[in-house]
Design a protein around this ligand. Structure first.
Ligand SMILES: *[C@@H]1O[C@H](CO)[C@@H](O)[C@H](O)[C@H]1NC(C)=O
Ligand SMILES: *[C@@H]1O[C@H](CO)[C@@H](O)[C@H](O)[C@H]1NC(C)=O
Ligand SMILES: *[C@@H]1O[C@H](CO)[C@@H](O)[C@H](O)[C@H]1NC(C)=O
Ligand SMILES: *[C@@H]1O[C@H](CO)[C@@H](O)[C@H](O)[C@H]1NC(C)=O
Ligand SMILES: *[C@@H]1O[C@H](CO)[C@@H](O)[C@H](O)[C@H]1NC(C)=O
Ligand SMILES: *[C@@H]1O[C@H](CO)[C@@H](O)[C@H](O)[C@H]1NC(C)=O
Ligand SMILES: *[C@@H]1O[C@H](CO)[C@@H](O)[C@H](O)[C@H]1NC(C)=O
Ligand SMILES: *[C@@H]1O[C@H](CO)[C@@H](O)[C@H](O)[C@H]1NC(C)=O
Ligand SMILES: *[C@@H]1O[C@H](CO)[C@@H](O)[C@H](O)[C@H]1NC(C)=O
Ligand SMILES: *[C@@H]1O[C@H](CO)[C@@H](O)[C@H](O)[C@H]1NC(C)=O
Length: 814
């Protein structure tokens, strides 16, 4: 990373003369004088408003990597859910310390808030909001809002405490900071997913600081009560500080809302600048106070907190991937993507109120359904220490809560949209040699629980899918065990079957590695059971054979192209067309069932060709959601990686760093990691050591693998921007000519390595070697028609299309 680049970029921004630019200036000058071992400031390339709008739901506020505190604005615009607190419209309802990152479904958190207000406030706990005077501004580690009352609120954070710096209008002498313990992010979806405030306490201590606790429940994962503690200090002496219970009716009595009465307090200052430090804890008020005293002590300035955040990101995360490119568009895309993928999960070690353990504790897993294809595989590469702790923590969750999580927040598993996908994450770690302090006997026992023990149904049953648990494990396991397929007695029957098969494959991988040969065979066998949903007669657009819903003796007829399914439907958030590509561990069999190589190629091409579905302009491929993340790369399974490059590059064009620059929900960074793998030129096949090879964007990209090991991906012959000459002419792996369209972990990740691409502007045949593995298909199999697993059935039952209702839900989708 060259310092000259940082400096030039800086100059172009200096005219703004905002706080963050001055900061950057100082830091860059420090860098220029610090010598070559200083870490460059990659944080300047992070665009914190990237992907915040149009369903991206990125969190633009301040946070350390995996930090417990995620401090940002909460905007209220009645009727519109704000998933990460931020909206470009609406009024401020507070600046709160707890958020998710880039999620959909329904809002969670928005808890532990302050709100600055000018003038006399008659009814402090009546859900007061204040308008916005100018668009918010932010850079990594720093956030600023200006309210309609011309109060500037600046935010900074450490991992377990937050800093608020308020500047009130010069003419005002009644400057308030309101703390409403009942504050949460509301939900307007009307699906019973709104968060509730269930009670709290607020106390002003003799020395003037405040201590509070609040109890909340529900939200997207339908969590029961959880409690958070906070501890707040101000640097100036208020003229008045009061605690309230409220709100107060016009007759002066306290209005009770639901079961709980809001509590809170207000500090009123004459000073026009007010600095507040607030600590957070899941354990106690005392620990909240300790967190703030340790992390933002009274003598620490706001600027030092901001700098601490930049340093943490630069040293722990952003410096892990470096490139030689000087193209600022791509530098911003690279570092912004790295940033948003490393905010969740939350490292909560030492902050678990549910059990004592010497194992690490991570929460806010949102969700493995989204993350298992691209994110966890990249986390292992760039953050091996976090990754190992994360896996240990999931196993410890099984030890104490009974099941591995798929989603989890506020210490509660849920929700689970498809399979038990922690199995895939564990298998991926296992086969790539992650050991450390992980107890793999326990890890495997946790996976066996998923595969063998049906979780009790959620109580009361989830109204959006009452058939079985949406909390954890595999709710549709009774059918899977009894029949080897899932009947319509269970919702999401086909998409769950596709995922359960993948999960079983994951078990077979770990069982094999642990020397449990019988289990390995059993689960490999079970991993083929997605085939029982395959109906050779199902047909659309001239293609035959799709995964479909079925009863004991009959397949059902569905609209194969309908991608609007939700919790109650046979397919969740993607179509039969898409889920038919789903089981990548059995790809050779899929290719066979689809009619062989040429028909498979035709089906993939149809997936990406606008209008091929008969609807003008419609593209069957869905770049906005995770179930189809693999599909652009499946051409490698017929040795046409040149097509994978072509398709994936056009999908990558739907990403940029503008507020609307994400194709779908970020989903805790899942979208960003798809793009990062595209830049690197590889694609992970989760649960196996395989990486599919496509083509890198840059002339040189280096990944720091830790322990002095590096992976260097270089290319020549392109424009170095990922725009021109994208096609591979030849590949060299560790200096040797390479003709397979895939490689394995040990080739370049285990001890580091080099991968060099010669790029050009025409598609040429370079991949002539062995195909990528399809371990469930048997050695070298490309079966054309199956002779097993499919009852050939006479009757076809029609399921009414839910297209219109489901379409309406699309914008809310997870
Ligand atoms: C404040 O908003 C909550 C929902 O977030 C609602 O339950 C409550 O009734 C509101 N209180 C008042 C006083 O408007
Ligand atoms: C937004 O805040 C302004 C004051 O800044 C207030 O007049 C207005 O009623 C609020 N709007 C809503 C929808 O709460
Ligand atoms: C808002 O306050 C700033 C100082 O903090 C002042 O420069 C500016 O003129 C004020 N704007 C308005 C609209 O009052
Ligand atoms: C949730 O917490 C509130 C306040 O502490 C309490 O009144 C209520 O009983 C709790 N609910 C459950 C189900 O424990
Ligand atoms: C704050 O005070 C502590 C001792 O109380 C000292 O160790 C520390 O260096 C000080 N920090 C700053 C930023 O001045
Ligand atoms: C997670 O947090 C704990 C407690 O702060 C810390 O000791 C640990 O080093 C963190 N883990 C990583 C990998 O940074
Ligand atoms: C579906 O559920 C019903 C009611 O529990 C049960 O009677 C029936 O046997 C189930 N069908 C199958 C195929 O298991
Ligand atoms: C695999 O499944 C088939 C049919 O479901 C069964 O006959 C066979 O015994 C199974 N093999 C193993 C090793 O479980
Ligand atoms: C390459 O991708 C573009 C955009 O998706 C498409 O129009 C073109 O047909 C593709 N070329 C091949 C050979 O698949
Ligand atoms: C930087 O890269 C972008 C995206 O690849 C490209 O459109 C742009 O032309 C490049 N800029 C320069 C100056 O090369």
């Amino acid at each position: 990373m060259s310092i000259t680049v940082s400096y030039l970029c800086l100059i172009s921004q200096v005219h703004l003369l905002s706080y963050q630019d001055m900061f950057l200036l100082l830091f860059t000058i420090a860098l220029l004088t610090a010598g070559s071992d200083a870490i460059a400031d990659y944080s300047q390339y992070v665009k914190v408003f990237s992907g915040t709008e149009n369903g991206g739901n990125n969190f633009p506020g301040v946070a350390r990597p995996f930090g417990m505190v995620k401090l940002g604005p909460d905007l209220l615009y009645v009727g519109t859910d704000s998933y990460s607190g931020y909206l470009p419209i609406g009024n401020f309802s507070g600046f709160s310390m707890m958020h998710e990152q880039g999620t959909g479904g329904a809002p969670k958190y928005g808890t532990v808030a302050q709100l600055p207000l000018v003038g006399t406030i008659s009814n402090p706990l009546s859900n007061i909001t204040v308008g916005r005077q100018a668009p918010d501004q932010g850079s990594l580690g720093y956030y600023r809002s200006i309210t309609k009352q011309n109060v500037t609120a600046e935010l900074a954070a450490s991992s377990r405490a937050g800093a608020y710096q308020y500047t009130f209008p010069a003419a005002s002498t009644t400057n308030n900071v309101l703390i409403d313990v009942s504050h949460v992010l509301p939900s307007f979806r009307g699906q019973g997913l709104g968060q509730d405030y269930a009670g709290g306490e607020f106390t002003i201590m003799p020395d003037g600081h405040y201590e509070a606790s609040g109890v909340y429940n529900n939200g997207w994962n339908r969590s029961p009560n959880w409690t958070i503690y906070s501890c707040g200090y101000f640097n100036s002496t208020p003229v008045r500080a009061s605690a309230f219970t409220g709100p107060i009716s016009s007759s002066g009595t306290v209005i009770s809302r639901s079961s709980s009465i809001p509590v809170g307090g207000m500090y009123t200052f004459k000073d026009s600048t007010v600095f507040s430090r607030v600590g957070l804890s899941w354990i106690s008020k005392a620990q909240a106070c300790q967190n703030v005293q340790e992390q933002i002590p009274s003598n620490m300035s706001f600027a030092e907190v901001v700098q601490g955040t930049k340093d943490a990101w630069n040293s722990q995360i952003l410096s892990k991937i470096t490139t030689t490119t000087t193209n600022s568009t791509n530098l911003q895309l690279l570092y912004t993507s790295l940033y948003f993928m490393n905010i969740l999960p939350t490292n909560r070690t030492g902050e678990n109120p549910k059990w004592e353990s010497s194992e690490p504790y991570y929460d806010d897993i949102f969700t493995l359904w989204d993350l298992f294809r691209c994110s966890t595989a990249l986390l292992q590469v760039i953050e091996p220490a976090i990754y190992e702790e994360y896996i240990r923590s999931m196993i410890d969750i099984w030890r104490h809560d009974g099941y591995l999580p798929d989603g989890r927040s506020s210490n509660y598993n849920g929700r689970t949209q498809g399979g038990s996908n922690a199995d895939n994450v564990l298998a991926d770690a296992f086969v790539k040699g992650v050991r450390g302090k992980i107890n793999w006997q326990d890890g495997y026992a946790a996976m066996v629980k998923d595969a063998e023990v049906t979780p009790p149904n959620t109580t009361p049953p989830d109204p959006m899918a009452p058939d079985s648990s949406t909390r954890e494990g595999r709710g549709a396991l009774p059918d899977w065990l009894q029949y080897g397929f899932i009947t319509p007695n269970f919702t999401r029957s086909v998409s769950r079957a596709v995922e359960y098969a993948y999960n079983d494959f994951s078990l077979s991988q770990v069982a094999g590695g642990l020397g449990k040969a019988v289990d390995a065979d059993k689960y490999l066998n079970r991993s083929r059971n997605w085939r029982n949903h395959w109906n050779n007669e199902a047909s659309v657009l001239g293609f035959n054979g799709f995964v479909v819903p079925r009863n004991l003796k009959s397949f059902q007829e569905v609209n194969i192209l309908n991608a609007g399914g939700y919790w109650m439907d046979p397919y969740y958030q993607a179509s039969s067309w898409s889920y038919s590509f789903g089981d990548i561990h059995d790809m050779a069999r899929i290719i066979g069932l689809m009619g062989g190589r040429e028909r498979f190629l035709g089906r993939l091409d149809t997936t990406f060709t606008p209008g091929a579905s008969g609807t003008p302009g419609r593209v069957l491929f869905d770049s906005t959601n995770e179930p189809t993340f693999n599909v652009p790369y499946l051409y490698n399974f017929i040795n046409l990686p040149n097509h994978s490059v072509n398709r994936s590059r056009s999908v990558a064009k739907s990403y940029n760093t503008s507020p609307t620059g994400l194709p779908g929900n970020s989903d805790a960074g899942a979208m960003h990691t798809w793009l990062l793998w595209n830049m690197i030129g590889l694609y992970p096949v989760t649960g196996q050591t395989t990486f599919l090879i496509h083509a890198p964007w840059f002339e040189s990209l280096t990944i720091d693998l830790g322990g002095g090991k590096k992976l260097q991906v270089t290319s020549s012959g392109s424009d170095g921007n990922g725009d021109r000459n994208i096609f591979v002419q030849s590949v060299k792996l560790n200096g040797q000519t390479w003709t397979k369209s895939w490689l394995v972990w040990d080739d370049i990740f285990k001890n580091g390595g080099t991968l060099h691409f010669e790029l050009g502007n025409s598609m040429v045949v370079w991949a002539t070697g062995e195909l990528p593995p399809s371990p469930a298909s048997g050695p070298g199999q490309l079966v054309i028609r199956p002779d097993d697993g499919n009852a050939n059935v006479p009757q076809v039952v029609r399921i009414p299309s839910k297209e219109s209702g489901a379409r309406r839900l699309r914008s809310f989708m997870w």
